[in-house]
Design a protein around this ligand. Structure first.
Ligand code: ZN
Length: 160
């Protein structure tokens, strides 16, 4: 069976940046299982998985436009440190949850100086070329129930 819309696909993957640093990996976990064709994965990766089958390996390079988007400098904000009372010591590189007009988001602390904190609300993987090494472990048709629920049941998916 080949990967197409409405197939349940299980993959192992390792994601590296341009400097060959590992940013994410499914190693040591269950394979990632998802229903293909619904944007569960970033578009550039789903597209390159089309037509692959169980046992296939591929290296997929995904540009920021087809991944987590380009960086947006308007998403970098200076906020008073006093807003973070009770959250412990803030340090650069740390991730904090913030309330925005679009709801709760994860922001990365870029710097802390005096009473001012610089927060970056861009996705941590935005603006990056993404180098995926993917192994396709399994491909099967989604059940009607899975399509109704919009998620995978069983190993790597929902247990209910
Ligand atoms: Zn379900």
């Amino acid at each position: 069976m080949t990967i197409d819309k409405d197939m349940v696909v299980s993959i192992h993957y390792t994601l590296k940046n341009d400097n060959d640093e590992i940013m994410d990996s499914s190693e040591g976990r269950d394979p990632l299982a998802y229903i293909h064709g619904y944007g569960y994965l970033i578009p550039g990766l789903e597209e390159q998985l089309n037509g692959k089958k169980a046992g296939d390996s591929l290296n997929a390079l995904v540009k920021p436009e087809d991944g987590y988007g380009l960086r947006d400098d308007t998403l970098v904000h200076k906020v008073p440190k006093a807003n973070f009372k009770g959250d412990g010591e803030l340090t650069a590189g740390m991730q904090v949850k913030v309330e925005t007009n679009d709801g709760g988001k994860i922001a990365v602390v870029k710097s802390v100086s005096g009473e001012e904190v610089v927060l970056d609300l861009n996705h941590p993987l935005s603006g990056m070329n993404l180098h995926f090494a993917v192994q396709v472990k399994d491909v099967r048709e989604a059940t009607k129930e899975e399509l109704d629920h919009g998620h995978v049941h069983g190993p790597g998916g929902h247990q209910h």
